[in-house]
Ligand binder design. Structure first.
Ligand SMILES: Nc1ncnc2c1ncn2[C@@H]1O[C@H](COP(=O)(O)OP(=O)(O)O)[C@@H](O)[C@H]1O
Ligand SMILES: [Mg+2]
Length: 295
């Protein structure tokens, strides 16, 4: 359901997709996607159930849903990462700028909780890593890639650590390296699967601020999976909630409040109502015990 609700001050409805002939295609379109996995019993396990979503312009889109509902399945599908033995998607399609996405796309980057920094490379070498590949040598000059790496190290606050190794850095600093490596290629699409999930509260808040600043400097479509409702409301230009498996889109709303959004904003009555609404969806979807709302 694309939405309509929400307090005027906090949220407005998503713009309806035009679909008009000749219109610019959305950056990402997920059209009637179903994903099933075969279980050992031979029975099909349906994970994604007729998901349709459009991402029309650079923005930070937050994706929530109960554990195991299929968020990472959807993210991998958008990143063109295909399990070798499973047809993905089972039915339906993903389009990037109007073209079917069936393999990794050069303008799409994924960031995970585990950073995936190379332990044998320095901070600078890790950030510069994408430029080792031939396709980048064709796209930009050595001087340009070197400048981009230097600028990005400044932006994420790691210029003074450029010659250190990942083992010498904190978790937050390692995640900065991962984010810098992702953005140095200036991707159109940045897929972040619970990137800050393992960080302590202060580091997480710092990283949220950094993401907002980086996104302003390098606009792209961010899709960001989180379990934390406050994180979704703090960062999201749009919030999408999936139901329990098989996952359907059960809520989808936009938030127009400018960034950065502070704790006072999160405590406003209409924003608390939004938080309660998302928590309600997650509880209804069978999330037991604590649903994290870390104001
Ligand atoms: N390659 C795969 N083969 C079989 N089952 C899978 C595969 N990948 C994910 N699953 C199953 O799909 C469901 C959704 O997984 P996932 O997308 O990782 O959920 P989430 O990220 O929302 O926690 C889980 O039940 C998981 O076991
Ligand atoms: Mg996951």
């Amino acid at each position: 359901m694309t939405d309509d609700v929400t307090p005027a001050a906090a949220a407005k409805p998503q713009a309806a997709a035009t679909g008009a002939a000749g219109a610019v295609p959305p950056i990402i379109e997920v059209r009637n996607v179903v994903q099933e996995y075969e279980q050992p019993s031979g029975k099909a396990l349906r994970v994604l159930d007729d998901i349709s979503l459009r991402f029309e312009r650079p923005a930070i889109n937050m994706l929530l849903g109960p554990s195991g509902c299929g968020k990472s399945t959807l993210m991998k599908m958008l990143g063109g990462v295909r399990p070798w033995n499973v047809k993905t998607p089972t039915t339906g399609s993903v389009f990037i700028e109007g073209k079917v996405c069936d393999a990794q796309h050069e303008d799409t980057i994924m960031v995970f909780q585990q950073y995936n920094n190379r332990p044998d490379l320095t901070v600078r070498e890790n950030v510069a890593y994408p430029f080792r590949f031939k396709e980048w040598a064709r796209r930009i000059s050595k001087a340009e890639s070197s400048k981009r790496v230097d600028d990005m190290l400044q932006e994420v606050g790691l210029a003074d650590k450029h010659d250190q190794y990942p083992s010498q850095l904190s978790g937050g600093q390692n995640q900065r390296v991962a984010l810098a490596r992702a953005l140095v290629t200036q991707p159109k699409i940045l897929l972040m699967d619970e990137p800050f999930g393992a960080l302590d509260a202060q580091t997480r808040a710092d990283m949220q601020g950094l993401l907002i600043r980086l996104h302003r400097a390098h606009p792209c479509v961010v899709i960001f999976v989180t379990h934390d409702v406050s994180e979704a409301l703090t960062l999201g230009d749009r919030v999408i909630v999936l139901s329990t498996q098989p996952a359907k889109v059960i809520d989808d709303f936009a938030i127009q409040e400018a960034h950065p959004r502070n704790v006072q904003w999160l405590e406003r009555a209409e924003v608390r109502a939004l938080s309660d609404r998302v928590v309600g969806h997650l509880r209804q979807s069978g999330v037991r015990g604590q649903v994290r709302v870390s104001v």
